[in-house]
Design a protein around this ligand. Structure first.
Ligand SMILES: CC(=O)N[C@H]1[C@@H](OP(=O)(O)OP(=O)(O)OC[C@H]2O[C@@H](n3ccc(=O)[nH]c3=O)[C@H](O)[C@@H]2O)O[C@H](CO)[C@@H](O)[C@@H]1O
Ligand SMILES: C=C(OP(=O)(O)O)C(=O)O
Length: 441
């Protein structure tokens, strides 16, 4: 079994570079299939399991995809099949993002229903409501959602009951090729929405207002392949900010964009973490004593749910009572039980977790319950007494490139091993360690 073994107590020092954003690159890769002419060249692509999955989804549709040196080249100009089977959607929910582009370009799309996942139910009703408003017929049955339209989609006014990131992306992509104007109200304002709109506009789309709560899209007849570089990953940046803070270290997080990280910066500062903007990124200096604070996850520009578990690790080390309220996903506290195995003192009350800090964290064998929980348990391990062993690394690999290796380069005592291949005792020492995805395809 693969596991990451970390021994707490080392302060982190040095520089770490943030990769391209997973949550920006997945919609951008999905959007590339709208281009009926030319080749798309996407740069700054992180080498992640989710990127392999979306590439496979596209190849399965007859798209020509190459991934080398952090660049994905896509030629979608030929006739494509318009289906995404369950085997991909099960691995990665973002596969549903091919619905909008396929429907807009070919008038048909069939994608396996994503279902729930470890953080909650995650419905796609708002995506479908948008397609229907644009004239599509949508049918859900036998585990699939199938949408079709005769001729082109028609521009429409779509009000989202909640500012869903995925629904905003799917509807924006569909509207880019629709006839006439689409207005999406109460849409998501995340930086990844702005990035996708910038990409689509470069391809020839006419989108204004991305990053505000109303997006207007004037549909065009055709979109073209272009070169594009995705934004840096704000969640990876935030995770390393917490790593610096929890270890009492001093780390420059290269490529971190402060504008994307306002809520995280502000909460870390409330905890007495020192953050300064430098030319190449953000410098984070951990205090001797962390102060307790409260967070409530909300759509952007509120506190991001994807940073909730990492902040939980930090709050466990802070003096006093901290409260985390999760309002975005109804079941994103699975990691609480794992933290408890590390002697964390906390209780769940409805949608809140109350943390009495500081906990005397102890190393333990823990299992990652989702992607961000994986990172959070490793962060707690940086502070815990003795060795923490984190398993279920498939979650980590969905969203972090060389996480253990990057922490080791900052001075963490951490190693990734596969004890089904090599006995653990012979490999528990500071890096270098192997990565699962050593080559790209
Ligand atoms: C690949 C990607 O970019 N994933 C991100 C995206 O996920 P994702 O796009 O799936 O998340 P959404 O923004 O859609 O979901 C937010 C909330 O809206 C609800 N909802 C959503 C759609 C819908 O049709 N109906 C509905 O009720 C969900 O149940 C949830 O409570 O945004 C989330 C919220 O910032 C992040 O945690 C994910 O990392
Ligand atoms: C929940 C996340 O991603 P996804 O929507 O791909 O599951 C995440 O990035 O933390």
């Amino acid at each position: 079994m693969e596991k990451i073994i970390v021994r707490g107590g080392q302060q982190l020092h040095g520089t770490v570079k943030v990769e391209g954003a997973k949550n920006a690159v997945l919609p951008v890769l999905a959007a590339s299939i709208i281009a009926s002419e030319g080749t798309s060249v996407i740069r700054g692509v992180p080498v992640l399991a989710d990127v392999y999955t979306i590439n496979e989804v596209l190849r399965n549709m007859n798209v020509d995809v190459n991934f080398i040196n952090n660049t994905v080249t896509i030629d979608a100009s030929r006739q494509l099949t318009t289906e995404a089977p369950f085997e991909y959607v099960r691995k990665m929910r973002a596969s549903v993002l091919v619905l909008g582009p396929l429907l807009a370009r070919f008038g048909h799309a069939k994608v396996a229903m994503p279902g729930g996942c470890a953080i909650g139910t995650r419905p796609i009703d708002l995506h479908l409501k948008g397609f229907e408003a644009m004239g599509a017929e949508v049918h859900v049955g036998n585990g699939f959602v199938e949408a079709s339209v005769k001729g082109r989609l028609k521009g429409a006014k779509v009000y989202l009951d909640m500012p869903s990131v995925g629904a905003t992306e799917n509807i924006m992509m569909a509207a880019a090729l629709a006839e006439g104007r689409t207005i999406i109200e109460n849409c998501a304002k995340e930086p990844e929405i702005v990035d996708l709109a910038n990409y689509l506009n470069k391809m020839g789309a006419k989108i204004v207002g991305a990053g505000t709560e109303t997006i207007k899209i004037d549909g065009v007849e055709k979109l073209y392949g272009v070169e594009y570089t995705v934004i840096p990953d704000r969640v990876e940046a935030g995770t390393f900010m917490v790593a610096a803070a929890i270890s009492g270290g001093n780390v420059l997080i290269e490529n971190a964009v402060s504008e994307h990280l306002r809520p995280v910066i502000s909460k870390l500062e409330e905890m007495d973490v020192q953050i300064t903007e430098e030319k190449d990124g953000l410098r984070v200096i951990g205090p001797k004593k962390l102060k307790a604070t409260d967070i409530k996850t909300l759509p952007h520009p509120g506190f991001p749910t994807d940073m909730q578990s990492q902040m939980m690790a930090l709050m466990l080390c802070a003096e006093g009572t901290s409260v985390i309220t999760e309002t975005v996903f109804e079941n994103r506290f699975m990691h609480v039980e794992e933290f408890r195995r590390m002697n964390a003192k906390m209780k769940i009350e409805g949608r809140s977790v109350i943390i009495e800090g500081p906990s005397d964290l102890q190393g333990a064998e823990v299992a990652a319950t989702d992607l961000r929980a994986a990172a959070a348990l490793i962060l707690a391990g940086l502070r815990a007494e003795n060795y923490t062993r984190v398993t279920e690394l498939k979650h980590l690999d969905r969203g972090y490139v060389n996480f253990a290796e990057k922490l080791a380069s900052l001075g963490a005592d951490i190693v990734r091993v596969d004890d089904s291949v090599v006995p653990e005792e012979t490999t528990v020492k500071k890096g270098p360690y192997r990565t699962k995805h050593s080559s790209q395809n």
